[in-house]
Design a protein around this ligand. Structure first.
Ligand SMILES: [Ca+2]
Length: 319
């Protein structure tokens, strides 16, 4: 079993499963994600990135620069378990977590029995359990299921799995720049999708961690794990949970030099770096440890990695 530590989610070593970009057999009559949940984001120019000291220098959140984005469509929510099930039922797709036979589960979410039978965890992020049988339909291992979580974001999907879903849905992942532009909801240089205060009017606006990470989560925001994709108020563009809940895979390869090396118009980092970008943070984020639930924050993982706190949303280009 191969693993490598990462702050935001455990990573698989690059032992790629050959031909992971499998043939997808499409059943045409199956209903695909409709336009109803897609929002058109009008193109424009915005200040991308952050220069504040809040971030991690190694992430390359800045320097802040002006970036121009063409209009595009984005899904109002992250892809749900219900939507992913339609895809799997239609295509027979098998996720990488299922092929590898394991995925990363946060220790407090696993059952007592699973914890007792799981000895493998990355040394420097020991709150991630390597749980055999954990996958999108059994998020905490074989003794768990998604029946009461069909409107939650699908998790334990790798970047490659997300790409496969997009191919089927005739969609694509957002570029990092599109993601941040959408997440800002029309606001300029704010920390969160709704403004600069984490809890305006003392109201929770996203699903992160309250308490002492990683041992005690008081879940004052209502959720210890994932929340339904439409939880909390949307941002100015009508998008839910751009901050917190689950990390969202983006199209780009990840590089700390992103802001220095990509163009000012529709940027996308295409040089192969071995890691794909993720945005938004998750229910495990806490200011004391990982405050990457800010809109300018960035993280990454290998494209075959999966964990219980990473999903994706979809985009479509406008003709
Ligand atoms: Ca929470």
């Amino acid at each position: 079993m191969n693993m490598r530590s990462s702050c935001c989610a455990g990573a698989r070593e690059q032992i790629s499963l050959n031909n992971i970009q499998k043939q997808i057999h499409i059943t045409p009559e199956i209903v695909k994600p409709s336009q109803d949940n897609m929002i058109t984001i009008p193109g424009g120019t915005f200040s991308m990135g952050a220069d504040s000291q809040e971030g991690f220098p190694a992430d390359g959140e800045g320097p802040v620069r002006q970036v121009e984005i063409d209009s595009f469509q984005v899904s109002r929510y992250a892809v749900t378990n219900a939507e992913f099930k339609v895809f799997v039922d239609a295509t027979g797709y098998v996720t990488e977590a299922e092929r590898f036979g394991w995925s990363y589960v946060f220790h407090l979410l696993a059952s007592e029995e699973t914890r007792q039978h799981t000895s493998s965890r990355p040394q420097d992020v020991p709150w991630w359990l390597v749980v055999e049988g954990a996958c999108w339909s059994a998020p905490e291992g074989p003794d768990s299921h998604i029946q009461d979580r069909m409107d939650h974001p699908v998790v334990h999907v790798s970047w490659n799995d997300a790409e496969a879903y997009c191919q089927w849905a005739e969609a694509r992942l957002l570029t990092e720049a599109e993601w941040e532009y959408a997440a800002r909801g029309g606001l300029e240089r704010k920390t969160y999708p709704w403004g600069d205060l984490l809890k305006p009017d003392n109201k929770h606006r996203c699903n992160i961690w309250q308490g002492k990470f990683p041992v005690r989560n008081s879940a004052l925001d209502g959720y210890i794990g994932t929340a339904p994709v439409d939880a909390y108020e949307p941002n100015g563009y009508g998008l839910h949970n751009m901050s917190g809940n689950v990390w969202e895979w983006c199209k780009d390869w990840f590089s700390p030099a992103y802001h220095r090396q990509t163009s000012a118009r529709n940027p996308v980092y295409t040089r192969v770096t071995g890691k794909r970008s993720m945005r938004g943070g998750s229910y495990l984020c806490h200011r004391s440890y990982c405050n990457r639930y800010r809109v300018a924050a960035r993280s990454s993982n290998t494209p075959d990695s999966s964990s219980g706190n990473c999903g994706f949303r979809i985009a479509r280009s406008l003709k």
